[in-house]
Structure formats: structure tokens, C-alpha cells
Design a protein around this ligand. Structure first.
Ligand code: NAD
Length: 256
């Protein structure tokens, strides 16, 4: 039988990388899509060195023509699509609303939210053929916790992804396509490296009871591998009746 095919956006680093590796271990052929091509290539090479099948695709999820072309490339190569892990995202600029530029707001929304719309929209023709599974990476910051001043664009994009997931789950159930969102808490990845912080965040920050990244279950942030395990469950047959839901993977951080 043909091996199943999964694509992972933002697959070159952090949660996406760990998930691409885990999906390959589970027997999927994996398309690794990332705007940083060298990162996607490294993950591709690692999967191949472990005996799996993978292809790196240089792609910005907010660029519609590249999304269409990237999906065509995967289909041409492997002839099917079963799983879409729409995970690429940025923190963008953290600033008080008064000081956040419209173009900074737009960049975060374009990549995190429009990117999700584009990836899901253009995957449907392929997923429809056999049914499939879509997982979208939202965040505790879009759905439960709003503890940090300055994250208005990020939180809005993540809340938008969760709302979009529900609409997609309803609409795509007719094609046996399941759609779910994961909501990680703080996870040890590279995402903070490119976060621009500006304005007087420290002056308006809400005091929180726990040090940065502390989660009740662990004494610090979670690992990308812990999130990857959840992704593998959600795309598996074991989750065959799970759709339209947000699953938290945050060590209860969002309940503090
Ligand atoms: P990361 O920076 O380690 O990985 C993100 C990857 O996405 C990078 O390789 C980056 O090059 C890629 N990327 C960025 N913009 C892209 C674009 N326009 N098109 C294609 N690829 C792009 O970060 P991560 O923490 O693994 O983030 C993955 C997802 O998890 C994001 O959606 C993020 O919002 C979400 N998330 C992360 C945390 C956390 O604490 N790390 C918590 C909640 C949610």
C-alpha cells in the first residue's frame, strides 16, 4: 500500500521539526515546508539518514502562489496527501497597542492567520480524495491566557486560527477531513529569537505569579517532542472521532 503523506509547515525548527521527525518515524512521507530553506533541508537530510522519506520545500505560507506550487510539488512527487500540520508562525512585534505599527500588526496576521487559511484552502482538493487530518498550531495565548501585555497581534492571530479551525471542521466533515487545533504553552524553541519587543512593555506588564515559562507540571517550558506526540495522536486513527477541538499541551500553565 502507498505510504501516507504528511506536510508540516514551519517544519525546519522547534515544534514543526520535532513533529516532522516523529511523523517520519510513524511511517509517513513528510514534506517539510519552511521559509528558511536550509532548516527544511537539514530536517529532510536527517529523516533520510534514518531511512525515511522526506522532501524540503522552500515556502512562505502567506504567499498564495508559493502555497499552491508547494502543494503541487508534493502531489507530483508522491501522488497523495493525508495530513497537513499547519504550524508555521511568528511572535512578531510585542508592543503596547498604542505603539504597535499597522504594518507590524499586519505581518503577524498575514503569516499566522492568512497563512493558515491559504494552507487549508489549497490542501482541500488533495485531502478530499481519501479524507485526512489537519492540525493547526494555535496557542494558549489565543484561547485561554492573556497574561502578557504587548501580544495583541499574536493573540488575535492565534484566536483567529482557533475560530477558523472550528469552521473548517464543520465544513470539511463531509469529506471525512478532521480539523483540530493544538494550544501549546511555553515550549523550548527558537521562536523568541526573532521577537521584536518595543515600547514600554515592562511598565505595563501585568504581574504574573510564576516566573517565565513555569508550568505546574514541570519546572520550566515543555519540549517540542511533547507537542509532537500530541500531533501524532491527532492525525492517527486513534483520534478518528476527534474533530473541531482545541487540545492544550501546556502542563496546566493556562490554568494558573
Ligand atoms: P520556531 O521559530 O522554532 O519554528 C517556527 C518555524 O516556522 C521556523 O523554522 C521558521 O523559519 C518558520 N516560519 C516562520 N515564518 C514562516 C512563513 N511565513 N512560512 C513558512 N515558514 C515560516 O518556533 P515554534 O515555537 O516551533 O513555533 C511553531 C508554532 O508554535 C508557531 O505557530 C507558534 O506560534 C506556536 N507556538 C509556540 C509556542 C512556544 O512557546 N514555542 C507556544 C505556543 C504556540
Amino acid at each position: 500500500m502507498d505510504k501516507k503523506v504528511a506536510i508540516v509547515t514551519g517544519g525546519g525548527s522547534g515544534i514543526g521539526k520535532a513533529s516532522a521527525l516523529r511523523l517520519a518515524e510513524e511511517g509517513f512521507r513528510v514534506g517539510i515546508m519552511d521559509v528558511k530553506e536550509h532548516r527544511a533541508m537539514d530536517v529532510q537530510d536527517k529523516i533520510v539518514s534514518l531511512g525515511g522519506e522526506a522532501m524540503a520545500i522552500d515556502l512562505d505560507v502567506s504567499d498564495e502562489q508559493r502555497v499552491i506550487a508547494g502543494l503541487e510539488e508534493v502531489n507530483k512527487h508522491w501522488g497523495r496527501l493525508d495530513v497537513v500540520f499547519e504550524n508555521a508562525g511568528i511572535n512578531g512585534t510585542f508592543a503596547p497597542i498604542e505603539e504597535l505599527g499597522a504594518e507590524e500588526w499586519e505581518k503577524t496576521i498575514q503569516i499566522n492567520l492568512k497563512g493558515t487559511f491559504l494552507m487549508v484552502k489549497h490542501s482541500i482538493p488533495y485531502l478530499k480524495q481519501r479524507g485526512g487530518s489537519i492540525v493547526i498550531t494555535s496557542s494558549v495565548n489565543g484561547t485561554r491566557t492573556f497574561s502578557n501585555i504587548g501580544m495583541s497581534a499574536y493573540s488575535t492571530s492565534k484566536a483567529g486560527q482557533a475560530a477558523f479551525m472550528k469552521m473548517a471542521a464543520l465544513e470539511l466533515a463531509a469529506y471525512k477531513i478532521r480539523v483540530n487545533a493544538i494550544c501549546p504553552g511555553a515550549i523550548r524553541t527558537n521562536i523568541d529569537q526573532n521577537t521584536e519587543k518595543k515600547g514600554h512593555l515592562e511598565e505595563v506588564e501585568i504581574p504574573v505569579e510564576y516566573p517565565d515559562g513555569k508550568q505546574p507540571l514541570e519546572n520550566g517550558p515543555g519540549s517540542p517532542e511533547q507537542v509532537a506526540d500530541l500531533v501524532c495522536y491527532l492525525v492517527s486513527e486513534k483520534a478518528s472521532h476527534v474533530t473541531g477541538t482545541e487540545v492544550f499541551v501546556d502542563g496546566a500553565e493556562s490554568l494558573l
